[in-house]
Design a protein around this ligand. Structure first.
Ligand SMILES: O=P(O)(O)OC[C@H]1O[C@](O)(CO)[C@@H](O)[C@@H]1O
Ligand SMILES: [Fe+2]
Length: 202
């Protein structure tokens, strides 16, 4: 099998636009149902802004083969649903031991991470902060600022994504919410069900 050719792309750190990408996909507010604690606030937002893009991903995917790397940018627009800051769906890699790095290009965010046993870490992201998401960590980006949060990501090409691990636990263990003083805080999610208590949980 032929190896992918070397490649280079150009990234706009403010918008996340990656010239030379192999794919772009967009998630609209209407795609994010069931993810936020305040369902009434979500329904109201989706009614008004359902067609608006919540985040978009530009990626460069040379192949899906082990040993290769997928990289790209994610641009998460600012917003709140009730007290919660807007976030990406979040996932664990389908091949669970595959890690990922995120390098913040612009904006202000939090990388919220969680292990299947409920251990949690939240790492703040500012331009040039780099977050290493170790193997087996569920991860979700949260925009806690008022400008787009642009991150550059890179992960093994055979990693894949499992989105269901969050849904099965009623969400992530913690929420990132407004603190009432212009910042953010991390609070427990009242809907979270520890995975050990879920029949068949990993
Ligand atoms: O895949 P999600 O959880 O919707 O979030 C998108 C982000 O995660 C990635 O899938 C990378 O793991 C990127 O495409 C992007 O940073
Ligand atoms: Fe990932």
């Amino acid at each position: 099998m032929l190896s992918p050719l070397p490649a280079s792309v150009l990234i706009d750190p403010r918008t996340g636009e990656m010239t030379g990408r192999t794919r772009r996909y967009e998630k609209r507010y209407s795609d994010l149902g069931g993810l936020f604690l305040d369902e009434a606030a979500f329904v109201a937002t989706a009614r008004e802004q359902g067609d608006e893009i919540a985040y978009q991903v530009d990626e460069f995917r040379p192949s899906d083969r082990p040993g290769d790397l997928i990289f790209g940018t994610s641009t998460l627009y600012p917003g709140q649903i009730g007290d919660e800051f807007i976030f990406t769906r979040g996932h664990i890699h389908a091949v669970g031991d595959r890690p990922e790095i995120y390098l913040c290009q612009s904006g202000h965010g939090v990388m919220l991470m969680e292990l299947a046993d409920g251990s949690t870490r939240a790492e703040e992201m500012r331009p040039n902060s780099l977050v290493y998401v170790g193997p087996h960590w569920i991860h979700r980006s949260v925009n806690v600022g008022d400008t787009p949060l642009v991150t550059l990501f890179c992960y093994p090409a055979d990693a894949g994504q499992d989105y269901d691990i969050i849904a099965r636990a009623g969400g992530m263990r913690d929420l990132i919410v407004v603190d009432g003083a212009g910042g953010w805080k991390q609070v427990p999610n009242p809907n979270y069900r520890p995975r050990a208590a879920i029949p068949g949980a990993d």
